[in-house]
Design a binder for this molecule. Structure first.
Ligand SMILES: Nc1ncnc2c1ncn2[C@@H]1O[C@H](COP(=O)(O)OP(=O)(O)OP(=O)(O)O)[C@@H](O)[C@H]1O
Ligand SMILES: [Mg+2]
Length: 374
């Protein structure tokens, strides 16, 4: 039997939960040609949200183009993939791909290579020198294609923080913005994690993308939604769970979308008919065991002060710089605490929201409680 709970993949359709406010806002932005920047910590549902909005789009004149920067480390790779995806998403047949490419890449003389399924899979090889010379033409492609075809093109750039790896990220961003800000028929959804870094790209006045569009901070999904989602997921597959226990799953995982699905899945697989407290406890222990090597490795890479800091956060201390907390957990100097915050946030172990500091992974938090705070 297929599990009603999914984690680790992009979620769309019937199993996509809530996010009504965000879907409406994003859809409205698209129809008004407003760019959107979407930021959240890892695995809160950015990719799924954009995919769902694209799926719900009913306007045949609005076309989505997806580009994941996850594996892209250089400007050249970016231009190549950008051009390929633009052509793929705006043409239906390969003859049309070639026509489009010829029309818009006049000066670039692209070479095509076809994949295993030539009707649906191809990539464009562009000369390194040609890319350098024609970067501007490539960046203007969305607007040109959209105008020519009479469509609105929504360019979705996932894992955008990866441009931080490029040789000259700032110059590159300036280049992108200088073209994209003039586009009328195409608009952009830019999203990514490493919240700190993404925020740096869009929130700081001196940065090229400052005020490029509507800045959306994705939230977690509220507990009430999870409760009925989990109950329904069990019921749909001939099993059952009480609302109280379903709610407990969500609260133990602090409503973190990925982890709520992860723990729900684990409970669901262990349940034959009706889920109960013992099954829930076993499911959590199984998850801790599965992840334990990774957590051990993660903490091996931390300094003693950083571990002390994680203990303080896990114990629920709110005033982390108060002298009493510093003394109780041996946290070092204020300068040290500041450095720890940055280091742990960069490692994506903690999340900082205003004055609150949280451990990002709720299972890691349980592990710390169990094994480090004894
Ligand atoms: N709206 C949703 N309804 C149900 N589950 C969701 C939803 N959004 C996210 N999830 C859960 O969270 C997981 C991660 O979602 P997704 O990959 O969209 O997040 P992300 O923020 O893009 O992650 P990453 O930072 O790794 O790119 C999904 O596989 C799913 O288990
Ligand atoms: Mg994602």
């Amino acid at each position: 039997m297929n599990s009603p709970f999914e984690f680790g993949s992009v979620i769309t359709g019937a199993v996509f939960l809530d996010r009504e406010e965000e879907r409406t806002r994003l859809t409205l932005n698209l129809s008004s040609g407003i760019n959107t920047i979407l930021i959240s910590p890892r695995r809160w549902g950015k990719t799924s949200l954009v995919a769902q909005v694209a799926l719900e789009n009913k306007d045949p004149k609005t076309v989505f183009c997806f580009l994941d920067l996850f594996t892209i480390r250089t400007e050249e790779e970016f231009y190549k993939k950008f051009a390929t995806q633009l052509i793929k998403s705006t043409s239906n047949r390969w003859e049309e791909w070639i026509d489009t490419a010829k029309k818009f890449f006049g000066n670039l003389a692209p070479k095509f290579s076809f994949g295993e399924d030539p009707l649906h899979d191809f990539s464009i090889t562009l000369d390194y020198a040609a890319i350098r010379q024609s970067a501007e033409e490539i960046l203007d492609l969305p607007e040109k294609i959209a105008t020519e075809k009479g469509i609105r093109l929504v360019v979705c750039l996932d894992e955008f923080q990866n441009i931080g790896f490029f040789d000259e990220p700032l110059a590159f961003q300036k280049q992108l913005r200088s073209f994209w800000q003039h586009h009328k028929q195409s608009c952009y959804i830019i999203y990514g994690s490493k919240k700190h870094m993404m925020a740096g790209l869009f929130q700081h006045q001196g940065m090229p993308f400052y005020r490029f569009g509507d800045l959306m901070w994705l939230k977690k999904i509220e507990q009430v939604y999870w409760e009925s989602y989990i109950v329904q997921g069990f019921a749909d597959t001939g099993k059952s769970i009480t609302s109280t226990l379903a709610s407990r799953i969500a609260s133990l995982m602090e409503n973190h979308p990925y982890y709520v699905q992860f723990l729900s899945y684990q409970c669901w697989t262990l349940t034959e008919q009706e889920c109960n407290q013992e099954i829930l406890e076993k499911a959590i222990q199984d998850l801790i065991n599965q992840q334990s090597m990774f957590y051990q490795h993660e903490t091996d890479g931390l300094t003693n002060l950083q571990i002390n800091f994680l203990k303080a956060v896990t114990s629920g201390e709110k005033q982390l710089t108060a002298s009493e907390t510093v003394r109780k957990y041996n946290l070092g100097t204020p300068g040290n605490i500041k450095r720890m915050l940055t280091a742990l946030e960069n490692k994506e172990i903690i999340e900082i929201n205003g004055k609150t500091v949280e451990i990002g992974d709720p299972i890691f938090k349980i592990w710390i409680k169990k094994y480090l705070l004894k």
